[in-house]
Design a protein around this ligand. Structure first.
Ligand SMILES: *[C@@H]1O[C@H](CO)[C@@H](O)[C@H](O)[C@H]1NC(C)=O
Length: 440
């Protein structure tokens, strides 16, 4: 392929998620990129794209650049390979044609169609007859030229009753999915408070109240996401609900990682304090969560049209990986120290059950991170654009299973002082600990 930027932009459009599709205003100032991805949207056959351009100006080193070499086009994701291969054919007499003349795109309009100066504007609605997942691009085929303009895009699918659905076809069930999961978490919270915190009040520690706080943050995060996506769906804009959504996404993220780290250290149910290195993990994870959330706001609110969008996606992924690794250390340290003490302090049976508990927790956390990071990502790339919401449903399902396991493993338990362990059990546990070869 002659133009590596073009390849990058197309592959990028394939990976980009459609979460930012709604009514959007863009300002482009002195931009020299050859290809700008504006939106990604799954249309039904009743879909339509309204694009309005105002105050478009060109500046080029060539005295009069041909305005038909600047334009907007739709590109269906299923044509990705054909488009890339077509440009690479050796028999192609003109090896670097303008993408606007490619047969694999749907050209909407070029700057030749703009109203004459001084307005340089354009406003038209294009019906989409062929249902598919489309990317809306702007192409600039004149090297060393810069474009400035303001653009408003309104992408929607018309409903049978004449109303508009501003969410891509694959995201339309998202508000319902979020709302249903928030109801499940409400039931979860009620059960936790009733059977955990009230029925076992004497053995409920501070960590158990923090876990209840985590459930509240998770519920609010889901409710506000449902509200946000619902308003985007029916009006095209989130009506301010996105602010609450991001706020509680942040609070939930910090609480989740804090709870995993504190449980991993055994804080409040095994010991009342944190060691220096455990505090360091917390001091690392919390600021990293701030960075992750800023990155996720930038990614979600601006979309791939800004120049450093790819950098923000990379920051997000990198910081997330660091956080995921960091939260495993306290669990590993706890397992090691339990193994050390169990050999010396003569309470083998008690230590063995703690050791088993922490190992289970370690596996549960690894499983959770693997499924939500790797499997869900794979699912997102495999699923058809019509079923994108399923990856969210799977992710929330896995997360719910993780919460249930974690809360169950570390629920408040009544200690029975009359239940003394007999010598036989103690000897058996000692033997297990001696043979122990679980190494992490
Ligand atoms: C474009 O035209 C439609 C009516 O056809 C109008 O509702 C819309 O506000 C216009 N967009 C802009 C940005 O002027």
């Amino acid at each position: 392929m002659k133009n590596p930027n073009l390849v990058a932009a197309f592959i990028f459009s394939f990976l980009a998620s459609a979460a930012f599709a709604e009514i959007k205003d863009f300002k482009i100032a002195g931009d020299s990129r050859s290809l700008i991805l504006f939106e990604k949207f799954g249309f039904t056959s009743d879909g339509a794209a309204n694009i309005a351009v105002a105050e478009a100006t060109l500046s080029s080193s060539v005295s009069s650049a041909d305005p038909s070499l600047f334009g907007f086009f739709l590109h269906s994701s299923s044509n990705l390979l054909q488009t890339l291969i077509a440009d690479d054919q050796p028999q192609n007499p003109n090896p670097s044609p303008c993408i606007l003349s490619s047969p694999y795109i749907r050209l909407l309009f070029t700057f030749r169609d703009l109203s004459p100066p001084p307005f340089n504007s354009y406003n038209r609605t294009f019906p989409i007859a062929l249902a598919d997942d489309y990317n809306l691009f702007f192409a600039n085929c004149v090297p060393e030229s810069e474009v400035s303009m303001s653009v408003r895009t309104v992408l929607y699918n018309a409903q049978p009753d004449g109303s508009r659905d501003y969410l891509p076809i694959g995201e339309a069930p998202v508000p319902t999915v979020c709302f249903l999961f928030s109801l499940i978490y409400v039931a979860f919270l009620v059960i936790w408070i009733h059977f955990g915190l009230i029925a076992n009040r004497s053995s409920a520690h501070r960590i158990h109240y923090l876990m209840a706080g985590l459930l509240v943050a998770k519920i609010l995060n889901l409710v506000f996401k449902a509200e946000d996506q619902h308003y985007v769906r029916i009006t095209g804009t989130p009506h301010g609900w996105d602010v609450l959504f991001y706020l509680f996404q942040f609070i939930k993220g910090v609480l989740l990682f804090t709870v995993i780290v504190l449980i991993g250290t055994g804080w409040s149910f095994l010991k009342p304090f944190l060691h220096g290195r455990e505090k360091k993990v917390l001091m690392l994870v919390i600021p990293l969560q701030v960075v992750t959330n800023i990155a996720s706001i930038v990614i979600g609110e601006t979309g791939p049209f800004i120049q450093d969008w790819a950098a923000w996606v990379q920051i997000f992924l990198l910081v997330d990986v660091v956080c995921c690794c960091a939260i495993l250390f306290p669990i590993v340290w706890s397992i090691r120290s339990l193994r050390e003490t169990s050999k010396s302090d003569g309470k083998a049976a008690k230590n063995l059950s703690k050791l088993v508990l922490f190992r289970r927790f370690y596996l549960v956390v690894i499983g959770y991170l693997y499924f939500t990071r790797v499997v869900v990502f794979a699912l997102k790339t495999i699923l058809s654009y019509k079923n994108k919401w399923m990856s969210l449903a799977v992710e929330e399902g896995v997360t719910l299973a993780f919460y249930i396991l974690m809360f169950y493993l570390f629920r408040p338990k009544v200690k029975n002082p009359y239940l003394a362990l007999d010598d036989e059990e103690e000897a058996a546990a000692m033997a297990v600990l001696k043979e122990d070869d679980f190494d992490i």
